[in-house]
Design a protein around this ligand. Sequence first.
Ligand SMILES: *Cc1c(COP(=O)(O)O)cnc(C)c1O
Length: 413
Amino acid sequence: MTTTDTDAEAKALDAADPLRGFRDRFVGAESSLVYFDGNSLGRPPRASVDRLAAFVTDAWGGRLIRGWDESWMDLPFAIGDEIGRTAIGAASGQTVIGDSTTVLLYKLIRAAFDAQHAADPERVEIVVDRDNFPTDRYLVDGIARERGGSVRWIDVDLTAGVTAEALEAAVGPRTAVVVLSHVAYRSGFLADAPALTRIAHDAGALILWDLCHSAGSVPVEADAWEFDLAVGCTYKYLNGGPGSPAFAYVATRHQRALAQPIQGWMGSADVFAMGPDYRPADGMRRFLSGTPPIVGMLAMQDTLAMIADAGIDAIRVKSIALTEFAVRVADAELTPLGVSVASPRDSAWRGGHVTLSHPAMREVTARLWSGDVIPDYRDPGGLRIGLSPLSTSFGETLAGLRSVRDAVAALAR
Ligand SMILES: *Cc1c(COP(=O)(O)O)cnc(C)c1O
């Protein structure tokens, strides 16, 4: 494949892309900047510019505290249901927007551990892999110590993720909860969520899925795959903006049995009764703690509308085409420089990003950022190429990879 063939291919792929029109619905897409970090902080939707301004003027400025009764109190549940419907395959009443991902993970892992341990005192282990995202690992370690349990670590290949065999070997009668990422943050490995969920259940364990790198880019069927619990970010592929609050999913069958540890007034049965004791609300409200962060829930609504419009299956088709194209270009133009693909080569096992590995990638990243090409860096030597399906074009992908090629060539010289 010559480089001009590749240019023509990128053009043809963009021309044939049924989702190409979505790119213009994002702020900044018209510039020549290459954005490879939509898997870490999605671009702002253009519609959110007006939505945020109107919120300040009309809703906050005009309705003032009446806004709570009129719509804000319901917003965490309404948006949660919309995430359930458009992105994670969850029927209504099981998904809510809450705190940060970290805090929601803490609440749900601890609640699940306590419920399992109370039902069967032998169940003292939390199973997690050594390559899970740091916050997940740190929380599991802390919860195990706090509750008198222990951690069962799964070793994984850093260019892949947790397999069925690895999970089967780790779970058993001592397992309380399993905590796994659906798409691995480093390699982009896409776990076989339905199979791994069955393995956890066959061992009598509950499983919590971290959907941070899958919600909005990879189809998820939380109900059909019989998830127990899930948590996911909204500022990655859901473009909610820096620090926008996360969502939690709790299957209806578990909601009554789970008691989360941050017993705040917003999770109580009658919020404004201001009673002497905490009684948890029914349903998903019990997983809330304090006043919902409404301002942080504005932008994600515009992305959810785009996902509903495009359809998550079509988004996945484009995502696969983007990552396959990136792998082809890397093979043709970057492997001669000593760069290797540190992600699964089979798209069935890959989420929305591709990691390219080379010892100089830390310096390559700094050089690229100063030239308005923005991937990110993860040790050891991994350059993450995040390809957000609604906002990334094939032409942008090619231009960015050519800049990576030039930076590697310059720095490795
Ligand atoms: C991004 C990410 C997080 C982030 O947690 P925050 O509380 O939002 O900082 C957690 N887990 C995974 C797997 C992630 O990719």
